[in-house]
Write a protein that binds this ligand. Structure first.
Ligand code: GAP
Length: 447
């Protein structure tokens, strides 16, 4: 199936409705950095909570961690990022454009009419040179090379260097995992597609430490678990697939890898949202060598000492947020109405606002009753109150932000103590006793 390209419409909706704004917009914006607005921060938080519950809280064999972004510079030598986390770059001396040498086929030069770099007779491409994607900064008052530190390009290394701390303090036995959610930074050369590829983003990573002989078995287990997690977010099955890395695509630390890909529609199509890697003993071995501290595990049952292998699951919180938004966006006609509507059909459990409460008019103390309902619901669900504009306009706004239920107080409500609850997806309207609204929502949201 060819899914339409909804990215441009989504960027506009996200700004208009308070999901996502360009960073430092009043100064003209910062390249490929985005700010989450009031609704975006709730959606992303719901996704991160879903991951944390699935990966940490609901299991006894995975521990949580929140490691610092700034780490000892030797970490990045040991991990291979100083030498190997590079993209080959070429510059054009004519148009001053800078391009990934390995992606020239997909690049467009800065001149008009735009062509592939190198296609104009005037193009002067330099020889490729290696460009490291890590952001550098300085620790302390002196800006000298001895004080260089990096903004982490992945959260994983914070887990590897804490392997023994967590294993020993929490008395964990192999197999066990360590999970964390945190910011990562990459000075991407070709960022873009909204929050798909940015220079500052959030990762949700888990390293599962296993016996070397059992790594293949655990790799299959985590592939299945992670695909099931994406499906449970409501992402369409037909938009999800695995992509196995070819030997050329494998990262420097990986013995094998599968990406979970999501179909973003249009020309972007299927793209990675999560990487599942068999990292072997690469990281613990490297840190043992560089730090001089043995990162081993003693198996009392088998009476042997070994460096565990690692199966890693690494998913971008921003990419999943984008996948949820793209998956949810739909335009449709409404029976009996001329104007169609835009709906974000987000899974109700992930939706930033669960219900909106409206007085139909400002008469008959309807606003008072609506306020009383909102105040009662607020302690249990994120809810909104809205009395401005026509009821149709209020429904449209809630549909666009993905609110699953709208509750209307009307002229009958005072006498029959009931309200109308409209479903975002079916448009069905139920008459519900005002004192029963919380239970009604709880039932519907639990499904
Ligand atoms: N520790 C392994 C690792 O970092 P990766 O495949 O480079 O692996 C994992 O990244 C995930 O992080 C990706 O699947 C993606 O969801 C997210 N990610 C990576 N680079 C990103 C970027 N520039 N912008 C947004 N998300 C990114």
């Amino acid at each position: 199936m060819n899914y339409p390209d909804v990215m441009e419409k989504l960027v506009s909706l996200c700004k208009r409705r308070g999901y996502i704004f360009q960073s430092s917009e009043i100064y003209g914006g910062t390249g490929s950095v985005w700010d989450y607005g009031p609704l975006g921060v709730e959606l992303k938080k719901n996704i991160k909570d879903r991951w944390w519950n699935a990966m940490v809280r609901s299991r006894g064999d995975i521990q949580g961690l929140d490691a610092a972004i700034l780490m000892h510079p030797r970490v990045w030598e040991a991990s291979g990022h100083v030498a190997g986390f590079v993209d080959p770059l070429v510059d054009c001396k004519t148009c001053k454009g800078r391009f990934r040498a390995d992606k020239l086929e997909d690049a467009r030069c800065l001149r008009k009419p735009s062509k592939r770099p190198g296609e104009f007779a005037e193009c002067q491409l330099t020889e490729p040179r290696q460009f490291n994607l890590m952001f550098k900064t300085f620790m302390g008052a002196v800006e000298e090379s001895a004080a260089t530190v990096y903004l982490r390009p992945e959260t994983a290394q914070g887990i590897f260097v804490n392997f023994l701390n967590v294993q020993q303090s929490m008395r964990q036995k192999v197999p066990f995992g360590i999970a964390q959610i945190g910011k990562a930074f990459r000075n991407e050369i070709t960022p873009g597609n909204f929050i798909f590829r940015t220079r500052e983003f959030e990762q949700m990573e888990m390293q599962f430490f296993v016996e070397p002989e059992k790594a293949a078995e655990w790799f299959d287990y985590w592939k299945r678990e992670r695909m099931a997690w994406h499906l449970a977010l409501g992402l369409s099955e037909s938009r999800l697939e695995f992509h196995q890395h070819t030997p050329e695509e494998l990262a420097h630390y990986a013995k094998g890898a599968f990406d979970v890909q999501f179909d973003f529609g249009g020309t972007l199509g299927f793209q990675e949202i999560e990487g599942i890697h068999n990292r072997g003993d690469f990281d613990l071995r490297q840190h043992t060598e560089f730090s001089g501290k043995k990162l081993e595990y003693f198996d009392q049952t088998g009476n042997r000492r070994y460096i565990p292998w690692v199966v890693e699951t690494s998913v971008g919180a921003d990419r999943v947020t984008l996948a949820v938004l793209v998956n949810a966006y739909r335009e449709e006609s409404v029976p009996g109405e001329e104007e169609g509507r835009v709906v974000l059909g987000i899974d109700p459990a992930l939706a930033p606002v669960k219900a909106a409460v409206f007085p139909l008019t400002k008469k008959d103390a309807q606003p008072d009753m609506a306020h009383a309902i909102v105040n009662d619901l607020r302690s249990q669900f994120p809810v909104e109150y809205d009395e401005s504009g026509s009821i149709g306009k209020r429904y449209r706004r809630q549909d666009e932000i993905g609110t699953p239920f709208c509750i209307t107080v009307d002229s009958e409500s005072a006498s029959d103590n009931s309200v109308t609850v409209r479903s975002r997806d079916t448009l069905a309207q139920d008459r519900v006793s005002a004192s029963d609204v919380a239970r009604y929502l709880r039932d519907k949201l639990a499904r």
